[in-house]
Design a protein around this ligand. Sequence first.
Ligand code: P6P
Length: 336
Amino acid sequence: MGRLITLDEFIIKRQKDFPFASGELTALLRDIGLAAKMINREVNRAGLVNIIGLADKQNSSGDKVQKLDLYANDRMIEFLGNSGECCGIASEELEDFIPLPDVESKSAKYVVVFDPLDGSSNIDVNVSVGTIFGIYRRVSDVGTPVTKEDFFQPGKNLVAAGYVTYGTSTILVYTTGKGVNGFTLDPSVGEFFLSHRDIRIPEKAKYYSVNQGYYLKYDFGMRRYIDHCNELNLKLRYIGTMVSDIHRILFQGGVFIYPNMSDYPMGKLRLLYECNPMAMIVEQCGGKATTCQGKRILDAKVTDLHQRTSIAIGSPRMVEDVKSFSEKYKAMTVLE
Ligand code: P6P
C-alpha cells in the first residue's frame, strides 16, 4: 500500500497545476474540506441529537427544509468565510446570493455556489446525502461588492467543482480542471486521504438511473429511451440523491437522467449549484453532461440563481443515446 496522502497535501502539491494559483484556491478547497468534516459529524449523528425533523422553514424551491440542511448551509458559509478568499456565495438554501466579509482586508477573487445538503429528504431514512460545490473567479472588480454577474456565469467558467458523499464512508471528490480525485475521510484521525486517484468513467455500463415512477410524465422520447434500457436488460439504480447516483456512475458507468416533465417543464434539478458542478466533474472523468435534448450543460446560460434544467449525465455513449431518442421522437406529442 502506497504512502497515505492527505487532502491538504494533495491540494498544495497540485497548486502548481493551477494557472493563476497563489494559494487562494488551495485555501478555499481546504475550507470546504473542513466544512465537510463538520457536516459529516452531524449527518452521522442526526438520529441521535433529534436534529431530524422539519425546520419550520421552506427553501427557495419551496421544499420543506430539514434542520440538517440549515446546519450544513451555516457551516459552508462559516468556513468559506475563514480564508478571506471567497467574496460571496449562492446556496440552494438562500433566496439570493450573499457577500462574505473581507478577512484581514484580503480582496477575495472567488465566489462559491453550493447545495449544502443534496437529497436531504433521505436523511430520516438513513440513505446517503451529499454536498455539491462549484468555484468561479469573480468577474467584477476585486475590492468592489460582489454582483449577480459573478454568479451568472456558464458552468464552463468554473475553476473548480466537487462534491462530498456522506454514505457508507464519506468521500470528497473534486477537480480543478486537471482530472478528478477522491478522498475518503478517516474519522478516527479526522483526515481525508487520497483513495480514488484520477477517476475515469467506464464507457460501458449495466445501469441506468431515473425516477421510473414518473415514466408517464416524461415526453415520448424519454419513455422510449427508458424502454430501450429495459430492452437491453440494463439494471435500474435510483437512490434519489443526485450526488450518490452520479458517484456510483463514476465507478460503474451508466447514465443518470432527470427529464423535463409536466411538474417540472424545465426539469427539476438546479443548474447553478447541482448540474454545473456535477457536469464539470463528469466531463473531467471522460463522461458527458447534457440536457435531455442534448445541449451541453456547461454551455447553458445562467439567468437565475435557482433556474432548473433537465439532465442526462454519465458514460458518453449513453448520454448520446438519450439525445438520439429525444431527437427521433420530438415530433410526437406526450400522451396525456
Ligand atoms: P425525485 C434531491 O431532492 C434531488 O434534488 C436530487 O438530489 C435527486 O436526484 C432528485 O432531487 C430526486 O428527485 O423527484 O426523483 O424525488
